[in-house]
Structure formats: structure tokens, C-alpha cells
Design a protein around this ligand. Sequence first.
Ligand code: ADP
Ligand code: MG
Length: 225
Amino acid sequence: MLFKAENISKIYGSGASQVTALHRANLEIASGEFLSVMGPSGSGKSTLLHLLSGLDVPTEGRLSYDGQEIYKLRDRELSAFRRRRIGFIFQQFHLLPVLTARENILMPLLLDKGRVDNAYFDELTGILGICDRLEHLPHELSGGQQQQVAIARALIAKPDIIFADEPTGNLDSKSGAEVMRLLRDIWETMGKTLVVITHDDRIAKMAARRVVIMDGILSEEGAAR
Ligand code: ADP
Ligand code: MG
């Protein structure tokens, strides 16, 4: 078992303005799984992703990775855990505009004083088809290419698990399909664990396992409620 979330809830605000974004979610993910989390806007998808990846802490509940309790880690341990074990892909790419594609991809290693594995860098940029775009700045790339750079950045530190939050949300349908094909290829060839959050049914269906979230309540697709 790679990780296990038990009864995690997130309540924002207090009093009359209180919002229960996630209610007692339970989820176990095994190493190598490809899972989609689908739900409409405002259903709690990003909240779930932030909690599962240790970007935020829940109001209640527990999360363990390989048996280690994540919400008990100190800030520095938690950020080291995130940098080394988790790759993030966002809807808005979040590339640094003044850095080239190559520099953006290598950024996580600089932050962690990690060594560059050149063979791995070449393999990754080869799979993603961006070898001839590495010296370009983000604004010189198409949306799809920017997301391909962001995928390489998410993978450069060799994380175990990739979380993608609406990775195709800012792309036209053709580039979106290409980005999903690449994520699937990476899942298949590199044996990563992949969690894709989406409100698009077609994308959700590409995953081997599907979870649905409605008004903060998580349920496994196909499972009885
Ligand atoms: P999704 O990603 O599915 O669109 P979110 O997880 O972003 O949904 O949000 C779930 C609910 O929690 C929404 O009602 C949203 O308005 C609320 N919410 C999210 N973040 C905050 C926050 N920081 N403060 C207050 N409410 C929030
Ligand atoms: Mg969201």
C-alpha cells in the first residue's frame, strides 16, 4: 500500500460561513495505480488533492504513506517529503516566465540540491517530445507544450506519485488529449502512481480506477453507496 487516507475532513471558515469541502473521505492507493477523481466545480477535488499531498492539513483524519503518518511531520520534513515523493501538475502550468523550459524542469532539483541525472532528463524530454524546445521561454511555447514542460518538471525528482489537478483544463481538446496520452504513456512505461483530477468524464474514463466526489463526499465508481 502506497498511501492510506482515513476519515479526512476539511472545514473552511467558521460560524455561518462554514463550508465542509470534504467530509470523512477514505481512500487507499496502491503503488502503480492510475486513478481519476471526478466531480463538478466546487465539489472538493482540489481540497482532496491538497490534503492527500500534504499541501494542507485536514480538520480531522489521518494520512499515511508507507505507514508513515504525514500530518504529524514537522514543516521542514513535510516539505522535503513533498519535494522528493510527489510530483504536481496544475491546470495553470505554473512555469516561471523568466526561466527557459530546461531551467523550469530542473528547478525542483535546484531547490533540493539534487544532482541532475542527464540520461533521465533526456529520456523524459524525449518521451514528452520537447527536446527541441528546451531553450525557449514559456511564452514562446503553446499551451500543450507548456504543460509538457510542467509534466517533465513534476517527474524530474523521480517521485513515486503524480497528482494532476485538471491538467487539461486550460487546453483545447486536441492538446488536452495529447497531454493525457503522454501522462498515460508515462504511467505505463515508468510505473508511476498517477492521480488525475478532472471534471471531464472522457478524461476520467481513461483511468483504470475511478473515484467520484459530490459535495465533499467521495465514492468509488461502481461501488454501492
Ligand atoms: P473543486 O476543486 O472541486 O472545484 P474545491 O476543493 O476548490 O473544489 O472547493 C470545495 C469547496 O470548498 C467550495 O465550496 C469552495 O468554495 C470551498 N473552498 C475551497 N477553498 C477554500 C478556502 N481556502 N476558504 C474557504 N472555502 C474554500
Ligand atoms: Mg479545483
